[in-house]
Design a protein around this ligand. Structure first.
Ligand SMILES: Nc1ncnc2c1ncn2[C@@H]1O[C@H](COP(=O)(O)OP(=O)(O)O)[C@@H](O)[C@H]1O
Ligand SMILES: [Mg+2]
Length: 465
């Protein structure tokens, strides 16, 4: 098993899967803490919830030091109090090098694989292996690029001339390299490196000798010296992949295409054993080290007793990630049993966990979160409309308030206004009901519905908060 092969394949997959959209938490850019881990009131998209954010920051420091493995953290609190948002903030602050896996409790129950296999995969996605290796590269300044297109077949052929301060060589270019050169917009005077194993081309900057050549220079242009010595050299490169990525690439039936197809299925235990052994060898040789990441299990009360017992065991391994769980349940049944327990989690698992609680937001905080969401969605809103929206957010729910932003903006656009006003909020408030009004509707028209199984008294008593 070569480490270089693994790296270039994983890189290809990562390049292809990066998409950014506006999601429920896209405004969150970190935990908003200062250098001494004190939470700023509003920062990095985060508002209030100071105690929980500070606790999350302390846990981040422990994770960054890489010393702890197999700790469990539970974030408990009412719906809409920012549990998932805090976990996303932690992920953002950790950066790309530390693996962070997100899983909703209910995802475990898929038909394609057993619950324990799904959990094992999630664990292995959350453990990184930092691999150091020598790569053969060609590094030099581009003197000339020549690309010819065949008139009959349309195929491209080409040559590139590279130089260092001491030598100059011409290399033939294949179809793939030509595409890469065109994509990276490489021209004469650029300093580039080519990874010989993967053929990946990267631009380091412009040569100093071209610094007077104003045509090709933008404000962000970086100037570098023309390399010295040989064109071909060996260089140490470091990259991080997850155990799961190594598993999939080496699982003969799957191959690396499975990584983006998503249909990975079960991975044989033998494959994992081999990989663990290989990684252990690399570690001994000083070529690799383990980077414990984070596994975030949202809505953890959806797991059942078998999963909980798996978690207990798995947390004891020295290759375990930090497991962060979130739940909005109070004292309730542990799934798969008749026993009641706090948060629906077994006591032995709770006992391992550091527990962070989140509190409901006050009116001001709700307004601040709604304002941030308006900015995120590029929605202009009048002051009056914002106070109405805040009132709705406080009385119904923060999430309902957030939903009304997009909808009311569409209504405003329809009447050709660039700003959401009170009338738009009123309109969507009457179009889309919140939970309270939905329950009221059920009370009023109970007889007309199918599967109506509660009595009038029970329905009256139903708590809609
Ligand atoms: N403290 C906060 N700062 C900024 N946005 C927040 C904060 N708390 C919650 N939100 C946003 O409010 C919405 C609901 O919060 P969420 O994290 O999903 O709640 P929970 O997971 O506790 O049910 C999300 O869009 C979230 O990003
Ligand atoms: Mg949540």
């Amino acid at each position: 098993m070569s480490t270089a092969g693994i790296h270039s394949k994983v890189q290809e997959v990562k390049d292809l899967t990066r998409i950014e959209r506006i999601g429920a938490h896209s405004h969150i850019r970190g935990l908003g803490l200062d250098d001494s881990l004190e939470p700023r009131k509003i920062s990095q998209g985060m508002v209030g919830q100071l105690r929980a954010r500070k606790s999350a920051g302390i846990i981040l420091t422990m994770i960054r030091e890489g010393k702890i493995a197999g700790r469990a953290i539970l974030i408990g609190g009412q719906p809409g109090t920012g549990k998932t948002a805090i976990a996303m903030g932690m992920a953002k602050s950790l950066g790309e090098e530390t693996p962070f896996t997100m899983l909703a409790g209910s995802e475990i129950f898929s038909l394609e694989m057993s619950k324990t296999e799904a959990l094992t995969q999630a664990f292995r996605k959350s453990i990184g292996v930092r691999i150091r290796e020598e790569a053969e590269i060609i590094e030099g300044e581009v003197v000339e690029i020549e690309i010819d297109k065949s008139v009959s077949s349309g195929a491209k052929t080409g040559k590139i001339t590279l130089k260092t301060t001491e030598m100059e060589t011409v290399y033939d270019l294949g179809q793939k390299m030509i595409e890469a050169i065109q994509k990276e917009k490489i021209v004469a005077g650029d300093i580039i490196t080519i990874d010989k194993a993967s053929g990946k081309i990267s631009k380091l900057g412009r040569s100093f000798s071209r610094s007077s050549d104003y045509d090709n220079v933008g404000p962000q242009t970086r100037f570098v010296q023309c390399p010295e010595g040989e064109l071909q050299k060996r260089k140490e490169v470091v990259h991080t992949v997850t155990l799961h990525e190594i598993d999939v690439i080496n699982s003969r039936t799957q191959g690396f295409l499975a990584l983006f197809a998503g249909d990975i299925g079960e991975i044989k235990p033998e494959v994992r054993e081999q990989i663990d052994q290989k990684v252990a060898e690399w570690r001994e040789e000083g070529r690799a080290e383990i980077v414990p990441g984070v596994l975030f299990i949202d809505e953890v009360h959806m797991l059942d007793i078998e999963c909980f017992s798996f978690l207990n065991r798995a947390l004891e391994s020295d290759q375990a990630p930090v497991v962060i769980m979130a739940t909005n349940r109070g004292i309730t049944k542990i799934r798969g049993t008749e026993y009641l327990s706090p948060h629906g989690l077994p006591i032995d698992l709770l006992d391992r966990a550091l527990i962070i609680t989140t509190d409901p937001y006050n009116q001001k905080e709700i307004q601040q979160i709604l304002e941030i969401r308006c900015q995120e969605e590029d929605v202009e809103i009048t002051e009056d409309a914002m106070s109405l929206l805040t009132k709705i957010g406080k009385e119904s729910s923060l999430r309902y308030g957030i939903h009304l932003i997009t909808a009311s903006n569409l209504v405003a656009i329809k009447r050709k206004s660039h700003e959401v006003d009170v009338q738009d909020i009123r309109k969507v408030y009457s179009l889309f009901v919140d939970i309270k009004r939905s329950v009221q509707f059920l009370k009023d028209f109970e007889k007309e519905f199918m599967f109506h199984e509660v009595s009038k008294e029970e329905l009256e008593a139903m708590d809609t908060n």
